[in-house]
Design a binder for this molecule. Structure first.
Ligand code: M6R
Length: 607
């Protein structure tokens, strides 16, 4: 949520900042702004809308070699130029960009009013700029002035402050990510690793409560309280360089089609086929720990929650350990019972989702242990858990998550076999699952060669008032995932239900011609799903059926889309793909902004 990019070095800052914002734009795209300092003056340019709009207010050239930039996802205050970052202090001495929420901003604002300072925006962030400026006036150094206001603030921040009369940039992190990139004679600051990859692979992940003072040739990191800490430099994974659009029309299109290779990366070195199981090195669990595990809880939001629901079923099926998936945003507030012997899996593509981070903190607070199932290396969730697995999808830039979903499901499948082979799962059955997993990338490729009548399905969907998605067993979360994709990028109202529940309520929605998407692979619940299809057809619904190739159930669909047959426990890896394509093509057909759907952001870093 919101992207921050900053530069302090020898090169002209402006093009670097704009490029940095462009790469961070998926984090928020309501409005954008840049402030530049060249030693004599500070200038600021802001505009409503996407980074592409910035050129309307920016000079073609500017000599400044230092600057800060921001792309906003609005929380406090509407989408206006006044609410756009950077925010300037009352005296023009301070420019500030902020990601997060200052919960007590009203109190901080009242203190400013008492000092005769009026805020010009409705944001919670602006108050910080004025308080820092007041601190400078009181004789504090830039670090001290930033620390002083943050010691009074409650909430979350990743922020970067630039000064008119001081060379250094001051950054701080508490709950919102901030990464420093170290170049030679130049330093970068970014909300995530993407924009840094083209400049340097040496990065410092700030921790919560850190404050960093940055000049062109160095960085000093301390805690908010003042004590200095060692700035650990991490070498960035090469994968972060591969985030270009290339020949694809959209990142979503690219990422859907990257799934076979992403899946290969996820399973590489993790399949022990002859033993009939997989092994995730980061899940260091002894036989004794596994047999004593009372239950598994899987946590995630959105697409990651849908993967968690599939993981729950796979673990129960293969390992016979009671498992339950929780929506992270609900978890903490529901007074969860946390058993220190239980396994908690925190599932997240970005590794920055505030709701999931809050759930992990709750687990830790109550003596539990959490393992991350995360894509972004070095992200907050990965570091907070300190144990777990990377799903290795590579950079996912489209707001609609696709390749992360299939890799989460693959990683959870491997984990389920790892648990299962300690007891319930036979070697032969485990081997069949592992073989299926190894075939899955080829089967996805085979599907892409012949994706079926997606456009016919899209014609039915685009004109619909609403769309019902149905699936049973492992296909129920797939139905939810298909509905989420279509809703979030095509803005078509969708409802997803376990197929058997349809007759308990949603059937009332059906009219002549209502489109119903049914996911019915050839598994043990197919016959029951078929009954739901008949009930829908009897009410005039048009069925878009996702089924396995060669299955006679194809006759039941008005539009039938075949995916290659696979092991019944692996069907989500294939059945989700036509749903992703349908959502993508519907959004394109309706002229939506596919990669940056309205009101959304890629990483939701506020609770
Ligand atoms: O980064 P995370 O996996 O933690 O993100 C969770 C959700 O915000 C995310 O899956 C969201 O629902 C996507 N836009 C779905 O496509």
């Amino acid at each position: 949520m919101c992207g921050i990019f900053a530069y302090h070095g020898q090169q002209q800052a402006l093009p670097l900042l704009v490029e940095g914002l462009r790469r961070l734009e998926y984090r928020g795209y309501d409005s954008t702004g840049v402030a530049l300092a060249n030693g004599n003056e500070v200038v600021r340019f802001r505009t409503v809308g996407k980074v592409g709009n910035l050129h309307t207010v920016l000079p073609s050239d500017h000599p400044a070699t230092k600057g800060i930039a921001h792309t906003r996802w609005a929380t406090h205050g509407g989408v206006t130029e006044a609410n756009t970052h950077p925010h300037a202090s009352f005296d023009g001495e301070v420019q500030l960009v902020h990601n997060g929420i200052i919960e007590n901003f009203r109190q901080l604002k009242a203190q400013l009013s008492a000092a005769g300072i009026t805020c010009t925006s409705e944001t919670d962030s602006e108050v910080l700029a004025h308080h820092v400026a007041l601190g400078l006036k009181e004789g504090r150094s830039p670090e001290e002035a930033v620390a002083a206001v943050l010691n009074k603030a409650r909430g979350t921040w990743g922020l970067c402050v630039m000064f008119n009369a001081h060379d250094a940039l001051v950054c701080a992190r508490h709950g919102s990510p901030l990464i420093i990139g170290k170049g030679d004679g130049e330093m970068f600051v970014s909300s995530d690793p993407h924009p840094l990859a083209s400049h340097t692979n040496r990065v410092i992940y700030l921790e919560d409560g850190d404050l960093a003072t940055i000049t062109s040739d160095g960085v000093r990191v301390s805690r908010l309280g003042g004590q200095e800490v060692e700035a650990n430099v991490t070498v960035l994974d090469n994968d972060w360089g591969e985030s270009e659009l290339g020949d694809s029309p959209h990142f979503m299109h690219k990422e859907i089609h990257e799934q076979p290779d992403a899946l290969r990366h996820c399973i590489a070195g993790r399949v022990e086929r002859t033993l009939g199981k997989g092994h995730l090195g980061g899940m260091k669990l002894t036989h004794e720990t596994i047999v004593q595990t009372p239950h598994v809880k899987l946590l995630g939001c959105g697409t990651s929650f849908h993967a968690a629901e599939i993981g729950q079923m796979l673990i129960e099926n293969m390992a016979r350990i009671p498992s339950v998936a929780h929506i992270s945003s609900e978890y903490r507030s529901n007074e969860p019972v946390i058993n220190p012997k239980a396994l908690h899996l925190a599932i997240s593509q970005s590794g920055e989702t505030a709701d999931t981070i809050a759930a992990i903190k709750e687990i830790h607070l109550k003596g539990g242990q959490a393992f991350g199932v995360v894509n972004v290396v070095g992200s907050t969730i990965a570091r907070l858990c300190g144990q777990g697995v990377y799903i290795h999808s590579g950079p996912e830039q489209s707001v609609a998550s696709t390749k992360a979903f299939t890799n989460m499901v693959a990683a959870l499948t491997i984990f389920a076999t790892q648990l299962g082979r300690t007891g319930n799962l036979s070697r032969n059955e485990g081997r069949a699952i592992m073989e299926g997993l190894q075939q899955a990338p080829h089967l996805m490729e085979a599907y892409f060669d012949n994706p079926g009548p997606i456009d016919e399905a899209v014609d039915l969907l685009c004109n619909a008032k609403s769309v019902l998605f149905l699936g049973r067993g492992l296909s129920a979360p797939v139905a939810k995932e298909g509905a989420l994709k279509l809703m979030e990028i095509a803005y078509i109202p969708c409802l997803a239900y376990p197929a058997g529940e349809m007759k308990h309520g949603p059937i009332a929605l059906l009219e002549e011609g209502s489109p119903v998407v049914v996911i019915a692979p050839n598994d043990h619940v197919k016959a029951k799903t078929l009954s739901a299809i008949h009930e829908c057809r009897a009410r005039g619904a048009r069925i878009i059926l996702i089924h396995e190739k060669g299955d006679v159930i194809a006759e039941e669909g008005d539009v039938s889309i075949a995916v290659p047959a696979i092991h019944p426990l692996l069907t989500p890896l294939l059945t989700v793909v036509p749903l992703q394509l349908m959502a993508y093509r519907a959004a394109v057909k309706l002229g939506r902004d596919v990669d940056r759907p309205r009101n959304l952001a890629k990483s939701v870093t506020v609770e």
